[in-house]
Design a protein around this ligand. Structure first.
Ligand SMILES: C[S@@+](CC[C@H](N)C(=O)[O-])C[C@H]1O[C@@H](n2cnc3c(N)ncnc32)[C@H](O)[C@@H]1O
Ligand SMILES: Nc1nc2[nH]cc(C(=O)O)c2c(=O)[nH]1
Ligand code: SF4
Ligand SMILES: [Mg+2]
Length: 236
């Protein structure tokens, strides 16, 4: 079964969520069932990179990971687009595990695949109102019910107070799942420019909001570390 791939890159640091800072390789798949207004990876679904999509087997992808990363990694993060649209990811996950490496995966919780239960660190990122998407909570419930709680975390991107209230609702719906609030990045040009100061200001405002809130005592508040360093540059 072939997998539509747009990028294989790294090693770099995981910039987000439960394993932030972890040295990892990335595999980015093409295609998404959502169209978030502020998606930082629009090229995975807006047609602009359609000529760069490569249909690859799990073995092809693993060889490329080794060609690009050499012996300098033992962790792989699969993102997209929405990799949960793709059945064939299961064989890639198995192959990475056979080599003794760990696998993380990023998805928005709109689709379930059996291979999702084998992911070591699965991040589910439901979309708040500012994305202009409407997250189907019944489907999200079904996805989350089928996953081992110890391997998953929730990560809600937050741009404003309405998003914050959505994040809170999600946290209260799944109180036993590790919960991350990630500050939204509105600076989506892909050149390395100096947005760090502005991004840190947005991050500080989100921290301030959480600190005043006695219903959000068990949460992690994080920036996108790679974005602070490299803005929205591709391949890092
Ligand atoms: C590009 S998405 C790919 C995986 C999956 N489609 C999803 O959204 O979870 C990877 C992560 O980046 C986050 N993200 C996308 N655009 C962002 C932005 N402008 N600011 C902050 N986080 C963003 C998503 O919420 C998700 O957690
Ligand atoms: N360094 C780095 N960390 C990331 N964490 C999640 C990413 C993603 O695009 O899914 C990402 C990414 O693109 N780069
Ligand atoms: S779900 Fe993820 S990849 Fe899809 S549009 Fe939203 S942020 Fe982008
Ligand atoms: Mg990214």
């Amino acid at each position: 079964m072939k997998i539509p791939v747009l990028e294989v890159f790294g090693p770099t640091i995981q910039g987000e969520g439960a394993v932030i800072g972890r040295k990892t390789m990335f595999v980015r798949t093409a295609g998404c069932d959502f169209r978030c207004s502020w998606c930082d990876s629009k090229f995975t679904w807006d047609g602009t990179a359609k000529d760069d999509i490569r249909m690859m087997t799990a073995e092809d992808i693993f060889s490329e990971l080794q060609a690009v990363g050499g012996n300098r990694f033992n962790h792989v993060t699969i993102s997209g687009g929405n990799p949960a649209l793709i059945k064939g990811i299961g064989s890639l996950v198995s192959l990475i595990h056979e080599h003794g490496f760990e696998v993380a995966l990023e998805t928005q919780g709109s689709k379930f695949q059996n291979w999702m239960t084998d992911i070591d660190q699965l991040t589910i990122s439901p979309k708040p109102p500012s994305s202009q998407m409407i997250q189907d909570l019944t489907i999200l419930d079904e996805v989350i019910q089928q996953l081992p709680q110890e391997n998953i975390s929730l990560k809600v991107v937050t741009f404003d107070e309405t998003d914050y209230q959505f994040a809170k609702m999600i946290h209260q719906r799944y109180p036993d799942i590790k919960f991350y609030l990630q500050v939204g990045n509105p600076y989506l040009d892909d050149t390395v420019s100096h947005h760090t100061e502005k991004l840190l200001n947005h991050y500080e405002r989100l921290i301030d909001r959480v600190m005043t809130d006695d219903t959000m005592n068990q949460v992690f508040v994080t920036p996108q570390l790679h974005t602070l360093l490299w803005s929205n540059k591709k391949g890092v």
